[in-house]
Design a protein around this ligand. Structure first.
Ligand code: F0G
Length: 367
């Protein structure tokens, strides 16, 4: 039977009933792609897989949470939804709200949203309000408005979002037949790492796996409140999706890290961009900068000197790594969301007149 979205696939594990009107774009069931080169970099028969969440209908993992959040909002009689966003949540909210035929309001930090994401929200009919402020200002206002007006909040402060997003962990275990040893994720508002950890635990309780992964979260160095254990007033990073100084699921993320014996660490903008380019050039997977934080995190852990607290680095140094270690890195959003990033990589086409000789020369071949 064809795939009908995460609610139909995992209905008994989600907060829905037969009365819930399912609003879906057939999200989920995204590929888990083996990366031979990353596996080789880890060594010792390791297997590294990329969970390519950019292949969801609106190009990010947010669709998993949004199908549940919007379906439940409709069930409760909501006629409008609101979210704060660094871009992807707004794109998903706008699309699912359009599908449901309800109003969608989004509050965004002005000038800090990747072009593709803004286009998605506008094209799907959301009322887009650009704030002269950052994501944390937007979320504060959304919480206030959601409490005082008849609009349902669809940020990850809404538990339905977490419930939907946990299905990515289910899919990984279903494909691998067991949970991975390590799971690498970018961290912004910290909803996704919370959701994955919940998913892995529930799937183990359901008897689908025997083990749990170590959760490895990576914040951008300029927007790393959990790592620094303090609110960052002016977060800044090239990875605009995770430009957040006061994450909503802060405590839950800390719990996921400590319960799983994992790690919360940072990656610099240079490391993020290098990983983004590496993944595109070596695996053919073009992701947005924030998504590359998971790959940058894995590469950082493989470096010998860095990552002193890192369990993976420690195991590698001590040669304790079990044979055939399995690592999953989630890449959260599609590269096409943020095409302007190509300028930061100083990549551009070669321009020539349409003559055979000039094209041959531009190709680097001899005439
Ligand atoms: N990667 C991408 C591409 C994102 O858009 C986000 C969050 C994250 C990672 C981090 O996930 O917040 O659950 O820790 N984007 C939100 C948004 C904040 O508004 O689209 P998180």
């Amino acid at each position: 039977m064809s795939w009908r979205g995460i609610i139909e696939a995992y209905r008994p594990f989600l907060p829905v009933s037969n009365k819930t009107p399912v609003v879906t774009l057939n999200e989920g069931n995204t590929p888990l792609i083996f990366s031979p080169r990353l596996s080789e970099m880890v060594g010792r028969e390791a297997s590294v897989y990329i969970k390519y969440e950019g292949l969801n209908p609106t190009g990010s993992f947010k669709d998993r949470g949004m199908t549940v959040a919007i379906s439940r909002a409709i069930e409760k009689g909501s006629r409008a939804v609101i979210c704060a966003s660094t871009g992807n949540t707004s794109a998903a909210a706008a699309a699912y709200a359009a599908r449901a035929g309800i109003d969608c309001f989004v509050l965004l930090p002005k000038g800090k949203i990747a072009r593709g994401k803004l286009a998605q929200a506008l094209m799907c009919g959301a009322k887009v309000i650009a704030l002269r402020g950052n994501f944390d200002d937007a979320l504060r206002l959304v919480r206030d408005i959601g409490e005082n007006y008849p609009v349902a909040i669809v940020n990850s402060t809404n538990q339905d979002r977490i419930e939907g997003q946990k299905t990515a962990a289910f899919e990984i275990v279903d494909v691998l037949g067991e949970a991975p040893d390590y799971h690498f994720l970018p961290v912004g508002n910290a909803g996704n790492i919370t959701a994955y950890w919940k998913g892995y635990r529930e799937w183990r309780e359901a008897g689908r796996s025997k083990k749990l992964p170590k959760m490895m979260g990576f914040e951008a160095a300029g927007a790393a409140p959990i790592f620094h254990e303090k609110v960052i007033k002016k977060p800044d990073t090239v990875a605009t999706a995770i430009r957040i100084g006061n994450p909503a699921s802060w405590k839950q993320a800390e719990m996921a890290i400590s319960q799983s014996h994992g790690l919360m660490d940072i990656v610099t903008d240079d490391e993020i961009l290098a990983a983004q380019k590496w993944l595109a050039m070596n695996d053919g997977i073009f992701v947005e900068p924030a998504s590359a934080a998971s790959i940058a995190g894995l590469i950082k852990c493989l470096g010998k000197a860095s990552c002193r607290k890192c369990p993976l680095a420690a195991e590698l140094r001590a040669s304790l790594l079990p044979k055939a270690v399995t690592i999953v890195c989630t890449v959260t959003g599609h590269g096409l969301k943020d095409p302007d990033v190509v300028d930061l990589h100083h990549l551009k086409p070669v321009t020539v007149w349409p003559s055979r000789d000039r094209v041959i020369k531009a190709m680097g071949l001899s005439l």
